[in-house]
Design a binder for this molecule. Sequence first.
Ligand code: ATP
Ligand code: MG
Length: 342
Amino acid sequence: GHHVSSQRIRFQRRNRPCRYDIDRFTPNFLSIFESLVPSEEEIANQKQLLTSLSRLINTEWPNSKLYLYGSCANSFGFSNSDIDLCLSIDNKEMSKVDIILKLADIFQAGNLQNIQPLTRARVPIVKLMDPKTGLSCDICVNNLLAVVNTKLLRDYGQIDKRLQQLAFIVKHWAKTRRVNETYQGTLSSYAYVIMCIHLLQLRRILPCLQEMEATYYVKVEEINCAYFDQVDKLNNYGAHNRDTVSRLLWSFFHYWAYEHDYTRDVISIRTGRIISKERKDWTRRVGNDRHLICIEDPFEISHDLGRVVDKFTIKILREEFERAANILQFDPNPSVTLFEPY
Ligand code: ATP
Ligand code: MG
């Protein structure tokens, strides 16, 4: 039947070598990367907004602290993206929703614009726009795991510049092909960055920071988050491997198109290895978690970042991985064709 023959094709392509001229495209991919990186000015504006909002909030809650998280702090953010902020506050009397509503009042008084408290979302947030810098942001409350996983991603990004290059290009591909929409059943940017880290760990371009002796330690919501964060000591780690970003891009898509075993494997940057679905008891659907593509969260290890993917979107994703792998293998102009809008 169809299933058997498509499995056979996948098997045959599993050991296909990369095209010999892949490195010809490296300058093109690098210039796409450069065009997406935020400017110094934009980064300075983000810092300034963080400072001015912190001041405003601290007059009401002196013991609270505002953190940047997500793409503007993890080093995988494009220019002109929204800013994610998280308020850490110890207040037993107020619920998260009360705090969000109070924040909206504080911002109103501070002359910020487009203030929208979204109190019924799964993660309640308040949105606003700062007229001085033109930046928009989302602020959530006490979501410290996101602050910690942002630091982990940023620390990985310091070790080898190819991670940032690869992740930017993968994110750009995912956005243009519309497979970066969690509410539609495809993967988050956070998941794509973790997929890139995992590939570089398998290639020994990145170490596994959580398996090394911990130099950073925090306990968040009963989860012990510990890893080696003195990454400036690791800046030669991947130097033995000379793969360019175009070759790594080929490897990334080839892996997800033809090598990954969707029935058995879970990728895990926590261990730097592939682990089995069996071991995690992720072999069957439980509630809404289908485990059709398994990406372990580095700290919330019971959390599969692929759980949003359903039986329709898994097909879309795998077709997109195959399309990308084939473009990188055969197309005369991969740095153009890869990003043709869906
Ligand atoms: P983009 O450039 O697309 O906005 P982003 O890096 O901000 O990318 P998001 O996927 O929007 O990525 O996630 C923002 C942050 O929220 C992540 O950096 C991470 O800290 C946290 N996060 C997102 N999804 C999850 C998840 N499923 N589990 C845990 N943390 C998550
Ligand atoms: Mg974001």
